[in-house]
Design a protein around this ligand. Structure first.
Ligand SMILES: [Mn+2]
Length: 341
């Protein structure tokens, strides 16, 4: 970790600390933030966790969920806390743009900034950086950070439950982005008494009736399969958003369902918002949606999970995507994959 010693000495006396993560926080963003919060609290710091936008309801059982400030609802109050912070942690994002409306107040802050993240191509806005794209999740990196600090004795249930959530969500329940390094960490967590069954149930069996019906609608009415390209598309219009009263988080995980179809290697969820059309892409194996998002849709992320956006009408974006797949990626998407075990 870059500048680790400076950070360590800063943390050796009580500080005013702000922990942030990306807009539309997911299990990894919230889990890593709360995990770090429960750790730093034991060192005697004054810590505030601030998320740019609303945090998902299905994680409301997490310890100190109600202590998290949502910037979009508390702008002035939260801005003042950011301005007074001596250390700011940026978790699970690598570019200030990912914090949306928090961007400017974070940019102006003179606090010592720390990035802990696992996305590709980090921007240069932090003094201390723990960026590792081979890590399953930011939660894994926070676990390793606490170990690096020499504080493994401070691990407790609050920290580990929170970190386990992000490991579960970012690996899809240990289906991808795993490694022996991760499983060693998970083994230590289980030895500590973390309850995998209970946490997996809370994280993965968490549909509301509304979001479950919405998923059914997406699959039955909006799914289009490009069979000759092993690609699946779900596109939702503004009218769909109105009709189904779609809120932030309601579409969480929908895109992953497309990959459950045999042979599908590339999946995209395209949603039309008020002024922008957003794309959320997933892929299997070596096929990189990060490249597509970065090159054509002003975005990025991970090889197998990326996002992008375009200020164009929905139809235009859908057609752009389809054309791109047909002309640029068809060969790669349909080449035989030899399965060897
Ligand atoms: Mn993550």
């Amino acid at each position: 970790m870059q500048n680790f010693e400076t950070l360590k000495s800063l943390l050796s006396s009580p500080k005013r600390i702000v922990i942030t993560a990306h807009a539309n926080p997911d299990g990894d963003a919230l889990g890593s933030s709360l995990g770090l919060y429960h750790y730093l609290k034991q060192l005697g710091h004054r810590i505030t966790v601030i998320m740019p936008t609303e945090i998902p309801d299905f994680l409301s059982w997490m310890k100190d969920y109600d202590q998290v400030l949502v910037y979009e609802n508390t702008r002035l109050f939260s801005s003042n806390i950011v301005k007074e912070a001596e250390i700011i942690f940026s978790l699970d994002y690598n570019s200030l743009s990912r914090t949306e409306l928090m961007r400017s107040v974070l940019k102006e802050s003179t606090a010592f900034k720390v990035m802990i993240d696992h996305h590709l191509d980090p921007d240069d806005f932090c003094q201390a950086v723990l960026s590792d794209t081979t890590a399953s999740s930011t939660c894994q990196l926070v676990y390793e950070f606490i170990e690096m600090m020499g504080d493994a004795t401070l691990f407790n249930k609050d920290i580990l439950n929170a970190l386990y959530v992000g490991i579960l969500t970012d690996t899809g329940g240990f289906r991808y982005a795993t490694s022996s390094r991760l499983f060693n960490i998970v083994a230590s967590m289980l030895e500590y008494g973390i309850d995998n069954n209970k946490l997996s149930d809370l994280v993965f069996n968490a549909y509301t009736v509304k979001s479950f019906n919405l998923l059914a609608y997406c699959i039955s009415e909006c799914l289009e399969i490009m069979e000759d390209c092993n690609t699946g598309i779900i596109a939702l219009s503004q009218a769909d958003h109105k009709k189904y009263n779609i809120q932030r988080g309601d579409l969480e995980g929908v895109v992953n369902f497309i990959l459950k179809i045999q042979k599908i290697r590339c999946a995209v969820l395209i949603t039309e918002r008020r002024e922008i059309v957003k794309l959320s892409m997933r892929s299997k194996g070596d096929f990189s949606v990060q490249e597509i998002c970065a090159n054509y849709f002003n975005g990025g992320g991970h090889k197998n999970a990326s996002g992008g956006a375009m200020k164009k009408p929905l139809k235009f974006v859908v057609n752009t995507f389809k054309e791109l797949i047909q002309t640029e990626y068809k060969a790669e998407l349909t080449k035989d994959v030899v399965l060897e075990f």
